[in-house]
Design a protein around this ligand. Structure first.
Ligand code: ATP
Ligand code: MG
Ligand code: MG
Ligand code: MG
Length: 563
């Protein structure tokens, strides 16, 4: 590969809305270009990295015994009606109609389609267990797409679905996938942690998320110093409710979130659905529940409903709500928080709302997953620490907090989907048995951004070797002026490639300073400079992206140094 024949366009400036370092660096290197909100083109450079991640994911899925297939991204409404998710999935589901007025959605996930495939393909227990996976584009109409490909609307996901006769076998495969995920993130060179999670809207019994640890992560995770216990903060709180005294004034445990459809809630609260309700989430089933309703006149239609079992309610003014919440006057007005927002509610529930504020008799709780929650404020982690500290781990250890980026999620779904869609096989006795199912997702495109969050310095990206667009850059000084230098560089490139290196020749003819700055920005792990002076001395100048010193090495020493 020669950069003179490639398309590379690096820039110094980034748009002001690029807040995260990964977003800025992906734009500065030209890895991605924005088409529209949450939609990105992967440039030839970005695609090289994406494909490397994909290859590791694919290799480890295959090694773990999963089998690849490819499902459409457009899915018929009928299937989603069978599981009730056409309504329940909420605003993230992009719905489409064809010329015959038949309805479809763009896949945000594929439980329905794979279960439909399974109920046709799987007839006997002898075909089990089986784990199908694909690497395929997904679309979720995220309320607040941001941070580039980190929270995009269209993104690349590896999604796998396993089918079993018994719960024990499902548990075995779940552990198998856990191990495969651990290998994937280890191979990619990422610092990560598997944490217990709520299974949320996807449902099911057991669930764990894999988080890449990064201070800029959207999720808070809690872990114990005394054992392997680790959970995302929602799951930690669900298991170990904080005693009141230990919780901070503004943040206490929310009652178990309940999920209702817009229609349910509108009927219960007597809100004219068509006019006002865009989407609603209800947090807590006792005490106060604030339902903030966004409709055509979004900013005015903020209503407080005091509900007990969702039966009783009253209206309140914005000022009253603000007083209850203990926030500065005007807080609710512009829909932009002037202070940190805490994520307490089930995030899948919260994800269904435009915005949600939940409360119970013990205090008020803000959830801001979908609005106004920017980078974590310094005191936010401290507040979460207060709450989780009241959870004390059962193992007697200290609870520590970290921030993470969710890059993978594994679920034991049980028989929820197979039951709804009547997916059965004949068991050993010739009797019909409903399939048990697991599902396992990895955010392939999100991993690229998450890796940059963990691996960068002032000069740009510092790729872990397995993800780098190229492993070695051979930089030629003045290739056009000096054919012999160019020939020597091409020869070295070929030798490196023969030795198995993914190497690129920088023969663009840039001045050394600009060329080196680009190669550093791009995060290429190894740089070798071929110059007239070096050739005269029989050496190449070698520098590692993570090291600070250059070394002059002869050919043998260079090849040895690269091992
Ligand atoms: P999040 O909590 O970040 O919204 P999720 O829990 O909704 O993610 P899953 O349904 O578990 O996502 O999907 C599997 C994986 O897909 C996630 O672990 C994540 O890595 C990735 N993913 C989900 N939503 C997005 C998105 N909007 N952009 C990029 N990757 C995403
Ligand atoms: Mg989500
Ligand atoms: Mg999640
Ligand atoms: Mg998830």
């Amino acid at each position: 590969m020669r950069l003179s024949q490639f398309h590379l366009r690096t820039t110094k400036e980034t748009p002001s809305d690029a807040e995260l370092i990964s977003h800025r660096l992906m734009l500065r290197t030209g890895m991605i270009r924005k088409l529209a909100s949450g939609l990105y083109t992967w440039s030839p450079l970005g695609l090289r990295v994406l494909r490397k991640v994909e290859a590791v994911v694919r290799e480890e899925m295959n090694r773990a015994g999963a089998v690849e297939l490819l499902m459409p991204t457009i899915q018929p409404r009928d299937l989603w009606e069978e599981t009730g998710r056409w309504q329940k999935f909420g605003g993230q589901l992009l719905k489409l109609k064809d010329r015959k007025e038949q309805e479809f959605c763009y896949a945000p996930t594929a439980e329905e389609v794979i279960t439909d495939f399974a109920r046709q393909e799987l007839v006997s227990y002898k075909q089990l267990p089986v784990n199908f996976y694909q690497v395929q584009t997904k679309f979720r109409d995220e309320i607040r797409p941001r941070f580039g490909v980190m929270r995009a609307r269209e993104f690349l996901m590896k999604d796998a679905y396993s089918f079993h006769l018994s719960d024990e076998d499902l548990e075995r495969e779940y552990r198998n996938m856990h191990a495969a995920y651990s290998r994937i993130f280890t191979r990619l060179g990422l610092q990560f942690r598997a944490v217990l999670a709520d299974s949320g809207a996807i449902g099911g019994d057991a669930s764990q998320e894999f988080h890449v640890l990064a201070d800029s992560g959207e999720d808070a995770i809690a872990f114990s110093t005394a054992s392997d216990y680790a959970a995302n903060v929602e799951a930690a709180q669900a298991v170990e409710p904080a005693p009141r005294a230990a919780a901070s004034q503004t943040m206490k445990k929310v009652a178990t979130p309940v999920q209702k459809t817009c229609e349910d809630v509108a009927a219960l609260l007597d809100i004219p659905l068509a006019h006002t309700v865009k989407s609603i989430a209800v947090v807590g089933n006792e005490g106060f529940v604030l339902v903030l309703v966004r409709g055509d006149h979004a900013l005015n239609e903020i209503k407080l409903r005091k509900v007990s079992g969702l039966a009783e309610h009253r209206m309140a003014s914005e000022a009253e709500i603000e007083e209850h919440l203990g926030c500065v006057p005007g807080f609710l007005g512009p829909l932009q928080p002037r202070r940190p927002i805490r994520v307490i509610a089930d995030r899948e529930v919260a994800a269904m709302a435009d915005f949600v504020v939940g409360a119970n008799e013990a205090g008020f709780h803000l959830t801001g997953v979908n609005w106004g929650r920017d980078l974590p404020e310094p005191d936010e982690v401290a507040d979460i620490r207060n709450v989780v500290a009241g959870d004390k781990a059962r193992d007697g250890g200290e609870i520590r907090l970290a921030r993470g980026i969710e890059v993978g999620h594994i679920f034991q779904l049980g028989r929820k989907y197979a039951q709804a869609m009547d997916a059965t096989v004949l068991d050993e006795n010739g009797k019909s048995a409903t399939l048990a199912m697991g599902c396992y997702g990895i955010g392939v495109s999100r991993i690229v951004a998450a890796a940059i969050e963990q691996n960068h310095d002032d000069n740009g990206i510092v790729w872990p070797l397995p993800m780098a667009p190229w492993q070695v850059a051979v930089c030629v000084i003045n290739p056009k002026n000096d054919a012999s230098v160019n020939d020597a560089a091409v020869a070295l490139l070929e030798q490196l490639q023969q030795a198995g290196w993914d190497a690129v020749l920088d023969d663009r003819g840039l001045r050394p300073g600009a060329m080196f700055a680009d190669i550093e920005l791009l995060g290429i792990p190894h740089r070798v400079v071929v110059s007239e002076r070096g050739l005269a001395a029989g050496t190449y100048e070698y520098r590692s992206r993570s090291g600070s010193e250059s070394e002059n090495l002869d050919h043998a020493a260079l090849m040895a140094r690269l091992q």
